[in-house]
Design a protein around this ligand. Structure first.
Ligand SMILES: N[C@@H](CC/C=C/[B-](O)(O)O)C(=O)O
Ligand SMILES: [Mn+2]
Ligand SMILES: [Mn+2]
Ligand SMILES: [Mn+2]
Length: 301
């Protein structure tokens, strides 16, 4: 089994510097050796180099910030992830901000048209051109993947390959008004922290998979935004929100998805190693590595 590390030093989907350093810190913390230790053949041909576009050449489109840069980077990521997936490798994309998921999930769906998406996040990341307040495209990737909201020519490469019944959320607790409307209108299944409290993480993961993968016969793309975890657990991230998943709840999701035997692609996003003191950064990077290991088969016994 080959895991292909897709290191994406990219921060253009959001305003806080540093998240582009996430992949470097995860690899430097020994992630590759850790995965080899689990028996994986690990491919890593260096972090992607995304050349900048100077601001003058990339003015906002409506509210959208860095649109041409975000589009071009995600398109490159789609090709990389799709290429690895088509060769039967398991792409492990290290972010970088969550706008990259426009690329990773496009790549996965090219290779596995029947794949479903399990999105772990405090946020729904489903704002459209019409509903976004911030214009930060890391809050929008799911709308592009679904093909909802008015089209933006610069993003015409993104095909609406994702169906709303093939995505499920766990961990939501900071969803914009417009996003709440979109989730309802599109009947998108979402397990917020309320449901996690009410049913427990075990039942929530079971219900989530029952929704998107009832016969457990569909490939799974797991897109994990570390801000789904409580800030006390993963402090060094750009949009922290209190009342998140515990260390164990986060790991349980990864362990359970692995044990389904259906994982075909993983994103570990929004580790920003520049937002906290050294100990908190180290803690966040370490949990990032730990979640990847759990998603790739590390067990407690
Ligand atoms: N909903 C907010 C926050 C977006 C958060 C994105 B993240 O989940 O990728 O961190 C926005 O649209 O700006
Ligand atoms: Mn490869
Ligand atoms: Mn996100
Ligand atoms: Mn988030």
């Amino acid at each position: 089994l080959t895991a292909s590390i897709v290191g994406c030093p990219f921060s253009g989907g959001q305003p806080r510097p540093g998240v582009d350093q996430g992949p470097i810190h995860l690899v430097e913390a020994g992630l590759i050796e850790q995965l080899s230790g689990l028996g994986w053949k690990v491919q890593f041909d260096g972090h992607h180099q995304f050349e900048e576009i100077n601001a003058a050449a990339d003015p906002p489109i409506g509210k959208l910030k860095n649109p041409r840069l975000v589009s071009r980077v995600s398109e490159a990521v789609a090709k990389a992830v799709g290429g690895h997936a088509k060769k039967g490798e398991l792409p492990v994309t290290l972010g970088g901000d969550h706008s990259l998921a426009m690329g990773t999930i496009s790549g996965t769906l090219e290779a596995y048209p029947e794949a479903c998406v399990v999105w772990i996040d405090a946020h729904a990341d489903i704002n459209t051109v019409e509903t976004t307040d911030s214009g930060n495209i890391h809050g929008m990737p799911v709308s592009f993947l679904l093909g909802i909201g008015s089209a933006v020519p610069e993003f015409s490469w993104v095909k609406p390959l994702l169906k709303s019944e093939r995505i499920v959320y766990i961990g939501l607790r900071d969803v914009d008004a417009g996003e709440k409307r979109i989730l309802k209108e599109n009947n998108i299944k979402a397990f917020s922290m309320h449901e996690v409290d009410k049913y427990g993480i075990g039942k929530v993961v079971e219900m989530a998979l029952d929704h998107v993968n009832p016969k457990r016969d569909r490939p799974i793309h797991l897109s994990f935004d570390v801000d789904a975890l409580d800030p006390s657990v993963a402090p060094s991230t750009g949009t922290p929100v209190r009342g998140g998943l515990t260390f164990r709840e986060g790991h349980f999701i990864c362990e359970e998805i692995w044990s389904s035997g259906l994982l075909v692609a993983l994103d570990l996003m929004e580790v920003n190693p520049s937002l906290a003191d050294a100990a908190s950064v180290q803690q966040t990077v370490a949990i990032g590595c730990s979640l990847v290991r759990s998603a790739l088969g590390e067990t407690l016994l």
